[in-house]
Design a protein around this ligand. Structure first.
Ligand SMILES: O=P(O)(O)OC[C@H]1O[C@H](O[C@H]2O[C@H](CO)[C@@H](O)[C@H](O)[C@H]2O)[C@H](O)[C@@H](O)[C@@H]1O
Ligand SMILES: O=c1ccn([C@@H]2O[C@H](COP(=O)(O)OP(=O)(O)O)[C@@H](O)[C@H]2O)c(=O)[nH]1
Length: 723
């Protein structure tokens, strides 16, 4: 087993200082419990923030460090300003509401991004310092979204996993964020990115398409020369531990006390951090509504709401607390009596034993977040019910809802509907309660936290480590090579190489500066220049006909090797297939707003550069499948390009141009090809030995040299004219 380096914002410990000294206590939470085994067995490390230790004396600090080291934890200390701007600020004031669909809670002006970025970089630095070849790194949650990319830059060969514990929202929400693309690129540094549900995976995939134009094929995305996998791994709990606790005599005694105190009452339970995503106000209103419309329940219900103080320095949390306080007061004022109040509101935290006693005593567990990544409380309630009784009422917007179909599902925004569900739960016949609880428990026990850890790590181990990457050399090196050559034969692509990609093909015509550059280049001593493009020959003729260049249109179907020479086409290429293909492309263009069909003499192209990217990519996939089925073994090729699907006769590609232009080449000539997309890779592949391939852009390429894009291509060519 490879050594596991775990990375999370908080370390799974609590530092407690009192008059007797300072102690570091292990936390009991689900993540800590699930990861403890693999962390310790693998001799790994856990890297994270130990909480606020600013008030400790230097001796106490030293003692904390020694105790942390014993637990194989490595502390990353945050300054007061980092806590306020990285943790409370960008993480909890921006990312947290965003991912829970509450964009109105995000500050109007984003101020904490720089600190978020810096702290993520500090995390990556610390991890890299402790990394040993062969280690597996597992980074957790939204506070550390940039860490995978920072790590990838420092450790190209490392195996890196990332798990996102909160909902990944629809791309429509995510794309409102100013730094949306940076965050997504940050995650793509990982080899495997895990989410709780398949819906979050889908949202992430469409975000990749919309923001970066990246397509997910089944569960894989090609990015930066690597393959990134995506997957749904619903987190579980330590079900056995809760079941064991629920059977302990001391816990059962506590259950009896809870029930005796409410012998005539039915017990409803809510357990949450006091967080505005947890839906506590509407939950309270549902209880109020039930009491209001069904007087027979008055005096017969006790609703215990545990609210754990959380993120108290964030203003929205304080306001939310006031709101809940007020509602509790109002309901108790309305429906309480001298002997009893309906809502018992406990603003504090309980340990697992106390929680288990509450879970086991409850008639109905009321879990109604308006959004929740998973919600472990719902699972803990079921694990704590070996008596197979109790009803779970669960929000359909909790990740847990995907797995817990036997709960009574509610829409947490619908107060009346929740009051109905509550009543149905309270009146549910025993047999139905047992059937539902049995099914829920079977799932919670089988897919527990240990299963979760195993399945994520197994998948991560199965991802191939990226091959050692030979990064193409840059413009300086390319220029030195070009200058050394006696004679030069330049084969240059047009769109994306000499001019930037334009929203419409006709908008990308050459400017005067480019025409001048090409003219001077072609007049350079012992230099011949060819344009090798996918465009129709009429266009190339109109734009470049007056220059001393060779022209090659439609990916090499048509060539005019020298000015004045006639255009000739590749032999044996037929075009009668077009009458069959054209109507198919036209019907796709008609149903996809913004798409259009371009007809060239040897090919037909369906363009979707102005279409909604997700819809366009989906339609392009469907079109390719459709064409593939109809023309499976025919003389046609269907080629996916950059926002285009092109259909043409088999065997026509830019590589053909190489044979044509090198046949009468004088000895000592260096062939140089420059291009930016897939079609240029055919050109690069056909080059004779000793040639130079230069990729213009950031895509994966077989070229040995890389420049940044059209401006740098032009600079490189201009430099050839100097000196
Ligand atoms: O560290 P805090 O700021 O005090 O917040 C506590 C944790 O809250 C979030 O929990 C989420 O993870 C759970 C387990 O995957 C999931 O069930 C729940 O739906 C999420 O909200 C947060 O993701 C953690 O990073 C925090 O530590
Ligand atoms: O008084 C409490 C209330 C809750 N919890 C624990 O806090 C976790 C809450 O996790 P959940 O996924 O439900 O929501 P989150 O707070 O992570 O958003 C559960 O494991 C609870 O057992 C706790 O230890 N003490």
């Amino acid at each position: 087993m490879s050594r596991l380096l775990l990375v999370s914002n908080r370390l799974p410990v609590t530092v407690k200082a009192d008059k007797d000294g300072v102690s570091v206590v292990r936390s009991a939470g689900g993540l800590a419990t699930g990861l403890r085994g693999p962390h310790e067995r693998s001799g790994g490390l856990w890297i994270g923030w130990p909480g606020d230790v600013s008030r400790l004396t230097p001796q106490q600090r030293a003692s904390v460090e020694a105790q942390l080291a014993e637990l194989r934890c490595v502390p990353l200390y945050l300054s007061a300003s980092e806590v306020s701007r990285f943790y409370e600020g960008y993480s909890n004031r921006t990312l947290w509401p965003l991912c829970h669909y509450l964009i109105d809670r995000i500050p109007e002006q984003e101020r904490d991004w720089d600190v978020y970025r810096k702290v993520n970089e500090r995390f990556a630095d610390l991890v890299a310092r402790h990394y040993q070849p062969g280690d597996t790194i597992w980074v957790h949650d939204y506070q550390l979204m940039l860490v995978p990319a920072f790590l990838r830059a420092r450790l190209p060969q490392a195996r890196i996993g990332f798990f996102f514990h909160i909902p990944f929202p629809s791309s429509e929400i995510f794309r409102t964020l100013p730094h949306r693309a940076d965050l997504v690129r940050g995650l793509l540094g990982a080899d495997l990115i895990g989410f709780h549900t398949i819906t979050y995976v889908r949202h992430f995939s469409s975000t990749l398409m919309r923001l970066l134009g990246l397509e997910t094929v089944v569960d894989r995305v090609a990015y930066d020369g690597r393959e990134v996998r995506l997957g749904a791994f619903p987190m579980g709990i330590d079900a056995q531990a809760f079941e064991n606790l629920a059977k302990e005599p001391a816990v059962l005694e506590e259950v009896r006390t809870h029930r005796e105190k409410s012998s005539e009452l039915r017990l409803l339970l809510g357990v949450d951090r006091l967080d505005y995503t947890k839906g506590i106000p509407r939950r309270l209103l549902a209880v109020q509504r039930l009491l209001e419309r069904e007087p027979t329940w008055r005096g017969r219900l006790r609703f215990v709401q545990v609210a754990v103080p959380s993120r108290t320095a964030v203003a929205d949390y304080a306001a939310y607390r006031d709101k809940v306080d007020e509602l509790v007061g109002r309901i108790n004022g309305l429906y309480g009596s001298v002997h009893n109040v309906p809502v018992h509101y406990l603003y504090r935290s309980f340990n697992e034993r106390q929680l288990t006693a509450l879970y086991r005593a409850a008639d109905v567990m009321f879990v109604t977040p308006i959004r929740d990544g998973m919600n472990l409380v719902a699972k803990e309630f079921c694990a704590a019910r070996p008596d197979e009784d109790g009803v779970l009422v669960l929000s359909e917007f909790a990740g847990a809802a995907d797995e817990m179909g036997d709960a009574v599902m509610v829409n947490p925004y619908d107060v009346e509907g929740m009051a109905d569900a509550l009543e149905a739960a309270l009146e549910m016949p025993e047999e139905e309660r047992r059937t539902r609880m049995r099914n829920l428990r079977a799932r919670v026990k089988e897919y527990d936290v240990h299963w979760w850890v195993r399945s994520f790590l197994d998948e991560l181990q199965a991802t191939p480590t990226p091959p050692p990457r030979v990064e193409p050399a840059g413009a300086e090196e390319a220029l030195a090579q070009l200058r050394e050559a006696q004679c030069l034969l330049l084969l240059i692509d047009y769109d994306g190489t000499l001019v930037p990609f334009a929203p419409k093909p006709e908008l990308a015509s050459p400017d005067a500066e480019l025409l001048d550059l090409l003219q001077r280049l072609a007049s350079r001593r012992d230099t011949r220049v060819h344009i090798v493009s996918g465009r129709p020959r009429e266009t190339l003729e109109a734009w470049f006909g007056g220059l001393p260049l060779g022209l090659h249109a439609e990916h090499g179907l048509w060539s005019r090797p020298a000015p004045g020479a006639p255009w000739t086409s590749q032999e044996g290429v037929t075009t009668d297939w077009k009458n069959l293909v054209r109507p198919v492309l036209e019907s796709f263009a008609a149903r996809v707003p913004g798409a259009f069909v371009e007809e060239k003499s040897g090919s037909l192209a369906w363009h979707y550069r102005q279409v909604d990217p997700v819809f366009g990519a989906r339609q392009a996939r469907e079109l390719r499948l459709h064409l593939g089925e109809v023309f499976a073994h025919g003389p046609l090729e269907v080629l996916p390009g950059d926002k285009v699907v092109e259909v043409r006769a088999r065997g026509v590609n830019k590589g053909r141009v190489v044979a044509l232009v090198t046949q009468d080449m004088s000895p000592g000539t260096r062939v140089v090809a420059i291009g930016d997309d897939r079609t240029d890779e055919d050109l690069f592949a056909a080059l004779p030995e000793g040639s130079l391939a230069i990729h213009a852009g950031g895509k994966d390429t077989r070229a040995r040299y890389r420049v940044k894009g059209p401006p740098e291509v032009r600079r490189l060519l201009s430099s050839l004219l100097v000196g």
